[in-house]
Design a binder for this molecule. Structure first.
Ligand code: ADP
Length: 577
């Protein structure tokens, strides 16, 4: 119980007034639930002794009507409060989790699967809030009923009969709960299997187009079924322990009834007890069943929730490797960026992808990066986004290490158009405005023109306001690229990075965009990764990256004059034209 209590104690402290009211409401409800049995016993004794009068009968009837009514009203108020608090707790935890996720860096996202992260915020979080709310209700209400019932049974009916018939229950319950707790490890496995299943469904839904194009629906479905089967199987182990529990407890309960009846009749014969007393007593044993089962179910829920708490905490304890320090410096402009002996290895890779990179980029320059696929071009330029820390060497901006600047400031300097476009299921305009949500309509129009996206608007049903399908599914490859370029341009960034962002546009459109950039981005820095040399021909400096290192560097004219990859490729591209 400790885990879950620790997890929500801050919430209970914050909401203590409501929790205190709920506590008293629960005690009242448990008392009210026990009163009818007592009233019934008294009535039977009154009838048996022949003392029943019209007045006592009226009072009795009134009590029997008032009790369930007041229980209904109290329960109504309690349920309202507990649901409200449960929702509030779920919202708060969800917000905390998501804020935390968004503060994580790329190496975190390399380590965790999407499906797993989703399972933690849905399945695990539900289990935590259910346990946190049922914990209060279940424990206080049920313990209230059990304690009050035992007190009434012992002090107003017979302590001896209570001792004989009730003691067996907690002993049996403890043993059964120990058996039941064996399922903990299976719950952990089940949570992991569930996360895996979520990941598979997510991947298939995202990849539907490709799956259909290759006629892989049946194969994919089989994989889904396999994941579902694994999920069902992992659940089966847990259910096995539950199935043992309830029937065994029924047996213990039956024994308790037999003891109460047997010894009760004996005590009546010995005149130690009245008939009404025995009826009340047996009713109370009946009333004890649900609370006892509920308490042990709550312990089992808490057990499940503790696993969820662990899974939730595992994420909450993660600290981003790339993070701001208290003395991180602000930056809004720069003069030079120096890569000094920069080497970088992805967290799960054995070998570095880029090695000993040395280059200086001056403000206002246009830099071209070319080289074979997989040479490390994207990896190199993405170092400017502070996704990871470099493995070796250092990047300096105006002679201060990039790691000493506020991360958000560095990212604000950059307008990045990635290779894989992220288009959101929103309007075209909203997608572009992600680059600069404060931009006005003129700025939006300008960005669209510069990215040569204007001509596409007439083909879209509602022009700029057309809703784009999920992941840009309703746009062509070239349209997606130009929309992404417009998104970066609307930011008017100090550094524009085009990561192979012109690959899906025709040569004429590429020329138009490059001409626009030259005219519009005077005095700003552009870094262009491209396969077609036409996109980088006029760059101030072109880097050739091969196998993670810079093999050649210079202007277009210099590079075509010296032997190497650039010249070879250039001749090939020229002859293909
Ligand atoms: P380029 O842009 O020149 O095509 P990349 O920088 O995209 O090359 O990739 C360089 C190498 O780094 C490739 O071998 C690729 O498999 C690897 N790589 C890219 N991204 C990751 C990643 N997130 N984790 C591990 N390896 C990666």
């Amino acid at each position: 119980m400790g885990n879950i209590l620790q997890k929500v104690s801050w919430f209970i402290k914050e909401e203590w007034k409501i929790y205190l009211s709920m506590f008293f409401l629960l005690l009242l409800i448990s008392l009210v639930s026990l009163a009818p049995a007592k009233a019934l016993g008294l009535a039977i004794d009154t009838i048996v002794s022949g003392e029943l009068t019209r007045r006592s009968l009226t009072i009795l009837v009134l009590i029997l009507i008032a009790l369930p009514l007041s229980r209904y009203i109290l329960s109504f108020i309690y349920n309202y409060l507990v649901n409200k608090e449960g929702q509030k707790l779920a919202f708060t935890l969800r917000k905390k989790y998501l804020s935390h996720l968004f503060s994580m860096d790329s190496s975190f996202y390399e380590r965790y699967q999407k499906g797993d992260l989703i399972a933690r915020v849905t399945n695990d979080l539900d289990s935590i809030t259910t346990a946190a709310t049922s914990l209060l209700e279940g424990i206080i209400f049920n313990v209230g009923v059990i304690v009050f019932a035992i007190v009434i049974m012992s002090f107003t009916i017979s302590w001896k009969l209570t001792l004989i018939s009730v003691t067996i229950m907690p002993i049996a319950l403890t043993v059964l709960n120990i058996i039941r707790n064996q399922k903990r490890k299976y719950i952990k496995i089940h949570r992991e299997v569930y996360a895996d299943m979520t990941e598979k469904v997510l991947e298939s839904v995202e990849g539907q187009k490709v799956i259909r194009a290759y006629g892989q629906e049946d194969n994919d479905l089989l994989k889904q079924f396999d994941a579902i089967d694994k999920d069902i199987n992992s659940w089966r182990y847990i259910v096995r322990y539950e199935n043992w529990f309830n029937p065994l407890f029924e047996v213990v309960y039956g024994i308790s009834y037999i003891l109460a009846f047997g010894f009760g009749i004996f005590f009546i014969i010995n005149q130690e007890m009245t008939l009404g007393g025995l009826i009340t007593f047996v009713s109370y044993i009946g009333l004890l069943y649900n609370p006892i089962i509920s308490i042990s179910t709550i312990f089992s829920q808490i057990n499940n929730a503790n696993i969820s708490v662990d899974r939730f905490d595992e994420i909450m304890k993660e600290v981003p490797i790339v993070h701001n320090e208290t003395d991180s410096k602000n930056i809004i402009q720069f003069d030079t960026i120096d890569f000094r002996n920069v080497t970088f290895k992805y967290p799960f890779d054995k070998f570095p992808v880029i090695k000993n990179i040395n280059v200086t980029i001056k403000n206002g320059q246009t830099i071209g990066i070319v080289g074979p696929t997989g040479a490390g071009k994207s990896t190199l330029i993405r170092q400017l986004l502070r996704e990871f820390n470099v493995t070796d060497g250092q990047i300096f901006i105006d002679n201060i290490s990039i790691e000493e600047y506020v991360i958000e400031d560095i990212r604000n300097l950059v307008g990045y158009v990635p290779q894989a476009h992220m288009i959101f299921k929103r309007g075209v305009d909203e997608n572009i405005l992600i680059g600069n949500p404060k931009a006005n309509i003129e700025e939006l129009d300008k960005a669209v023109k510069l990215a040569d996206f204007e001509k596409d608007l007439s083909f879209l049903q509602f022009g700029m306001h057309t809703m784009v399908g999920e992941s840009g599914s309703t746009l062509s490859g070239g349209q997606k690229q130009r929309l992404s370029i417009a998104r970066a341009l609307i930011k008017n960034p100090e550094i524009l990075i085009l990561d192979d962002s012109l690959s899906a546009v025709d040569a004429k459109t590429e020329d138009t965009i490059i001409e626009h950039l030259k005219a519009y981005r005077q005095g700003k820095t552009n870094i262009i990764v491209a396969h077609r040399f036409s996109a980088v021909r006029d760059a101030d400096l072109i880097m050739v990256l091969e196998g993670g290192t810079i093999s050649q560097m210079g202007t277009h004219n210099e590079l075509i004059r010296s032997d190497g990859w650039y010249k070879k490729q250039y001749i090939q591209q020229m002859t293909m034209k």
